[in-house]
Design a binder for this molecule. Sequence first.
Ligand SMILES: Cc1ncc(COP(=O)(O)O)c(C=O)c1O
Length: 387
Amino acid sequence: MPTLLERPISERKTSSSGIENIIRKALKRHKTPLMLIRRSALEQQYFLFRRNLPQVGIYYAIKANPHLTIIKTFIRLGASFDVASATEMNLVLSLGAKPERIIFANPIKSIEDIKHARNRNVKFMVFDNEPELYKIAKHCPKATVLLRIKVGNVGSLVELSLKFGADPDQAVFLLKKAKQLGLNAAGISFHVGSQCTNAENYIEALEVTAAIFGQAKKEELDLNILDIGGGFPIRHFDDDTHPNFETIARQIRIELKRLFDKNVRVIAEPGRFLTGPAGTLITQVVGRTFRNNKNYYYLNDGIYGDFSGIVFDHCKYEFKTLRRGQKFLSTLAGPTCDSFDTISMSEELPELDVGNVIYVRNIGAYSSASADSKFNGFASAKIVMVD
Ligand SMILES: Cc1ncc(COP(=O)(O)O)c(C=O)c1O
């Protein structure tokens, strides 16, 4: 058995007893629901990415978790940022990110937001269709643009090529159009789908992109930026067996070397990978009953709050308790009056009482970010940074 230091960092986890001590400590100071974000985990994920994909510039996709301290942490570590709207742009700029460190990566942008980007000097953006190019050329002349292409999202938790992405066979035409309109047509971007555990998606996307780079060169269009998007997977369950980030990163490294010139600048937009593992959500049982031959536990956070990822992120979580003992079939529900606010129909959990804790690890991405903190008057979790 290798020692802790010999094991890859991604496999070094805070042990169950370690996290439970952190939770017990936090409960003495804060009410639940509570989202603990571990700074050490943010740093660990950032450096894990850097080590495994050293030639790839990191643009943190703040949609995963736009908490101020998280953004500040990544600014301090030297990251750049992917923003989807003027509001996200303002947020990262207000915290000290430089405009030239931002990519406006939403392929569809309102005219107002494009004008705003020009005024804030954010001139690096993504498009995926011709009408969008006219908008950019008119309202942010000379912008540097990447064309988002449609790529396979096979097996990814969240499909991100359903609504965005030009057909690859239109790529050179669209990039030439961008150039004719006075824009700096710089390259290609893609997204293989979020929580992508299938390395083939990256490999195929890189092959398609390399073919576009080759074809563009023949037509005297020199492309020099490749944006490999997000999608890098994390472990949501202790016994997940899917290929891990290091395995996928190794294949990406091989393909980048095989397919692209050294002068091509490669960037990525990781979201989940950087913040997911840092977050632990702590909830408490506010009511319990026995019905339909199961324990029903009503928690003080639910689908409208920090478990919104069950709907929007299609995510499943591993629910843990501080109690030990025989496990029984249980249903978990949120606090609102809506039946839809059911977190899980069947979990094996020890017998719990009102006040007992249920916690979930690796829930730092696409959770509080999409929570509606008002519905039925139930607040979503307070976010607290811990070491
Ligand atoms: C354009 C874009 N970039 C990056 C991301 C982040 O993806 P992930 O969290 O899978 O790394 C997303 C997620 O929706 C996205 O739409």
